[in-house]
Ligand binder design. Structure first.
Ligand code: AMP
Ligand code: ZN
Ligand code: FE
Ligand code: FE
Length: 291
């Protein structure tokens, strides 16, 4: 079983990278991608854990980049781009990761300041502690709001205070998606669009926009995802066939910050082979007993 989209505590998941690997094995996975938001911070710990495994296991090192697409009408659509097996030392992509991570800090603090100004008893320092050196995101602010007794859980924090239509919301300075596809490819990686039609987003990409991204080098579409309806999946699968790109399925696991379980959605072996044949930035990490 292959799951190509999982978060660790290097961003807004709750499992440390080594725990993520062990939980993946326990869930029956044989291949897992670690795809934290805008960071490779969990790669080394996850790789060390995989090398020590005594079962067959393959780690795909990746990340989930925050991007924006500017449509023909000038409107911005935010989207997530999965990059797999890119060279972490590549200067172009590294520069963009650093920029995104710094922006997450400033933007997180701005959201917290908005909440403080409205009288909510939270502290930026506590949010930083919760993120513990990882890429800061709204789920960390949500946890601080839960701890402060403002809301009962992170879901409610989003619903009441953190959503993009909340008065306290501050957007991120996302990467331009066509540039990001180029950067991932230039670093030897493979670009796959994550959950393109997840419904909680107010604006989503049109089929025409997805065609444009494929024209720019997008290699695959994440079709099987908890936020896609059966109709979404059928249409995306047909689009992928038309555009001759592969489709993936993944859990988008976040530990206890979301209810979805590892291996809830999976990718077939042929698609993994496509990713492996297209990538040349960094090797997969194999456990000692992997074939
Ligand atoms: P950010 O990257 O800071 O904009 O935060 C977005 C992250 O929050 C994504 O990884 C989502 O998985 C998570 N998220 C978005 N909406 C919700 C929600 N309603 N409940 C819990 N987590 C959410
Ligand atoms: Zn997340
Ligand atoms: Fe995402
Ligand atoms: Fe994700």
């Amino acid at each position: 079983m292959i799951d190509l989209h999982c978060h660790s505590a290097a961003s807004d998941g709750t499992d440390q990278p080594s725990e993520l690997v062990h939980n993946a094995v326990a869930a029956g996975l044989t291949t897992m991608a670690i795809t934290d938001h805008d960071t490779t911070g969990g790669w080394d710990e996850a790789a060390d854990a995989v090398r020590r495994l005594t079962v067959d296991f393959t780690l795909i090192r990746g990340a989930e980049f925050s991007c924006a697409y500017r449509g023909p009408d000038g409107e911005l659509v935010s989207l997530h781009l999965l990059g797999y097996l890119f060279d972490p030392a590549d200067a172009g992509l590294k520069g963009e990761r650093v920029r995104l991570l710094n922006d997450r800090l400033g933007r997180g603090e701005a959201i917290v300041n908005n909440l403080i100004a409205a009288g909510y008893p939270i502290r930026w320092r506590r949010v930083r502690e919760i993120a513990d050196g990882g890429a800061v995101g709204r789920p960390h602010i949500g946890q601080a709001l839960v701890e402060a007794g403002v809301v009962s859980d992170v879901q409610n924090a989003f619903a009441e205070l953190l959503s993009s239509d909340s008065p306290y919301y501050v957007p991120k300075a996302d990467s331009e998606v066509l540039t990001m596809i180029e950067l991932i490819r230039a670093a030897g990686g493979v670009a796959v669009i994550a959950h393109p039609w997840a419904r909680r987003r107010e604006r989503i990409l049109t089929e025409q926009a997805i065609r444009e991204l494929v024209g720019a080098g997008l290699a695959g579409i994440e079709v099987d995802h908890i936020d896609h309806t059966p109709e979404d999946r059928a249409r995306l699968r047909a689009l992928a066939a038309e555009l001759k790109v592969f489709t993936t399925g993944s859990s988008d696991y976040h530990g206890t910050r979301k209810t979805v379980k590892l291996a809830a959605e999976t990718t077939d072996r042929q698609c993994l082979q496509e990713i492996l044949s297209q990538a040349h930035g960094v090797e997969p990490v194999y456990s000692a007993s992997a074939g």
